[in-house]
Design a protein around this ligand. Structure first.
Ligand code: SAM
Length: 184
């Protein structure tokens, strides 16, 4: 997936409205600085163009360069659904290390679409890539995260005030879903 998205960076803005998709959305009650991270320098270049003055860090999502409990919230946009089960567990562990809350935005499961598939994708230069792609219902994603141990912490440990003790759906649309869960 890393090499594929690095190769795709030039086309990404056309296909998916670019990385930094959620940078201009209101985030009620979510004060503070936003640090954006991706492993692809080329993807970050797209994002920097969309968010002048933003703070960007090139890093591996499984080993982010922040100290324990350094963040208020980890926000993942269209990343989790590319991960195999062992990678999901590793990512949740890394998010838990860093923050008391996780928000995941990912593609919505819709009629006629397989919930999970290895998709073959062809870039403008003709190169062909395979990527695991999963689609979610908000309830299904919440259930998976709870099964993985998210949302089992105490109410006092929840950051941001909106996730509740067991997590909550932020948005359930036809294109994407968003859920937030406490991590501790
Ligand atoms: C579908 S794109 C989503 C980009 C952006 N978050 C958005 O919502 O527009 C998936 C992104 O995950 C990045 N990625 C893949 N593996 C990664 C890893 N191990 N660490 C950090 N980023 C990774 C890719 O470079 C790519 O930009």
């Amino acid at each position: 997936m890393r090499d594929y998205y690095d190769a795709r960076a030039d086309e990404y803005d056309d296909w998916w409205r670019g990385t930094g998709l959620f940078a201009d959305r209101d985030r009620p009650g979510w004060a503070g600085e936003v640090i954006s991270s991706d492993q692809s320098e080329r993807m970050l270049a797209v994002a920097r163009g969309r968010v002048p003055g933003g703070r960007f860090v090139r890093a591996d999502a499984f080993a982010l360069p922040f100290s324990d409990a350094a963040l208020d919230r980890v926000f993942s946009g269209h990343f989790y659904g590319h991960l195999a089960p062992a990678e999901r567990a590793a990512f949740l562990g890394e998010a838990r290390r860093l923050a008391p809350e996780l928000v995941i935005v990912d593609s919505a499961l819709r009629p006629g679409v397989a919930a999970e598939a290895i998709q073959e994708r062809t870039l403008n230069d003709g190169s062909r890539w395979e990527a695991l792609k999963c689609f979610f219902t908000a309830d299904g994603l919440l259930a998976e995260l709870r099964e993985a141990g998210c949302g089992s912490g105490s109410p006092g440990a929840v950051g941001g005030g909106g996730a509740g003790v067991t997590g909550a759906t932020v948005f359930a649309g036809t294109r994407f879903v968003a859920v937030r869960v406490p991590l501790r």
